[in-house]
Write a protein that binds this ligand. Structure first.
Ligand SMILES: Cc1cc2nc3c(=O)[nH]c(=O)nc-3n(C[C@H](O)[C@H](O)[C@H](O)COP(=O)(O)OP(=O)(O)OC[C@H]3O[C@@H](n4cnc5c(N)ncnc54)[C@H](O)[C@@H]3O)c2cc1C
Length: 300
């Protein structure tokens, strides 16, 4: 008991800034190079600070910057979501409902109303845990992140699938931040599903998360393109590319789906932890990949 309380002891003094523009936030990051952390909802960062996994000297709140909170859709360019957009704002977005239902499936299964009121899509990605629920759907949707830093000429875009480097690690430098998530326009012949497996329905991290997305030909028979992304079964959210290759260019019959699901399970690299054993997770990847493809086919 004493030990547990000891681990959650009071934080040292931390100076907090709440910039009103992205320029101000970036110059603060540069000024306190490496000693400052940005945050939005703080639902991941503050518990980590309490556990002393990170103890920044300075905190920079991004949630007062209007340029980071928006959801915009253009038919030709697709969807852009500001990084400080809360999970509940995404849940309430009619355009996400109509055009990107797989993202909605993920967000609606995350946390509680209270946590979703402050927790953000950018925070979920930048926290870089393998179980981040928005990662698998964003990977299969081909989403990319706009990354900005002190030098405007070095602004870059990185696919969500290339953003993660390991647990708690991303391609971001210490003075960079993610400003928005960009998702290509959806195809009318694309179908997808995200399934999150947990012991409790919400308020729990995924034991396994599977996102499946495919595009069918004009006769809705042949799988023209496909992506499968897995969460919580490797050090980073990952694509199951060998499983995808089994499906690409072929009609999605039962034997093929079974082979692809088995391959996805073989490609996964889970570990044992308190939520489940590696063996159980591998088996669940197979079950859920198959189920996600079948559920997507039911949407045709
Ligand atoms: C009770 C509870 C239940 C939860 N349930 C789920 C769940 O079901 N599924 C799930 O995936 N997560 C869950 N979470 C985790 C968390 O709520 C989400 O990951 C949330 O989306 C984090 O957003 P945030 O704005 O609070 O992030 P913050 O805590 O503000 O930030 C997280 C990290 O990202 C960095 N960061 C934030 N924004 C940026 C940016 N723009 N650029 C660069 N770095 C940035 C911060 O420095 C920090 O390291 C839960 C958390 C709690 C407390």
């Amino acid at each position: 008991m004493g030990k547990a309380l000891g681990r959650l002891r009071r934080l040292p003094e931390i100076e907090c800034f709440f910039p009103k523009t992205m320029g101000e936030a970036l110059s603060l990051l540069k000024r306190y190079n490496g000693k400052a952390r940005v945050f939005t909802g703080g639902t991941d960062l503050l518990p980590k600070m309490k556990r002393r996994e990170v103890v920044p000297r300075y905190l920079i709140g991004l949630n007062g910057i209007p340029d980071l909170t928006f959801i915009k859709y253009e038919k030709e360019k697709g969807l852009r979501i500001g990084t400080a957009t809360t999970l509940n704002e995404i849940l309430e977005s009619s355009i996400v409902h109509r055009r990107y239902p797989i993202l909605l499936e993920a967000v609606s299964q995350m946390a509680s109303t209270q946590v979703r009121n402050v927790g953000t899509i950018g925070g979920n990605l930048c926290n870089a845990v393998p179980s981040a629920d928005t990662a698998p759907p964003l990977i299969v949707l081909g989403a990319q992140l706009k990354i900005v830093g002190p030098n405007p000429r070095k602004e870059r875009r990185v696919l969500v699938e290339d953003f993660f480097k390991g647990p708690d690690r991303t391609v971001l430098d210490s003075n960079e931040l993610v400003s928005e998530i960009q998702i290509p326009p959806p195809s009318s012949k694309a179908y997808g599903t995200y399934i999150k497996h947990t012991l409790r329905r919400e308020m729990d991290l995924a034991i396994v998360g599977v996102a499946v997305w495919f595009v069918l030909d004009s006769k809705k028979n042949i799988c023209k393109d496909v992506k499968i992304a897995l969460g919580a079964v490797a050090p980073i959210p990952m694509r199951a590319k060998k499983a995808e290759a089994i499906l690409r260019g072929k009609p999605l019959d039962e034997d093929l789906i079974e082979s692809a699901a088995t391959m996805a399970s073989e490609e996964s690299k889970p570990i044992d932890d308190i939520r489940g054993s590696a063996e159980y997770r591998r088996e669940m990847v197979k079950v859920l990949t198959k189920r996600a493809i079948q559920q997507s086919l039911e949407k045709i």
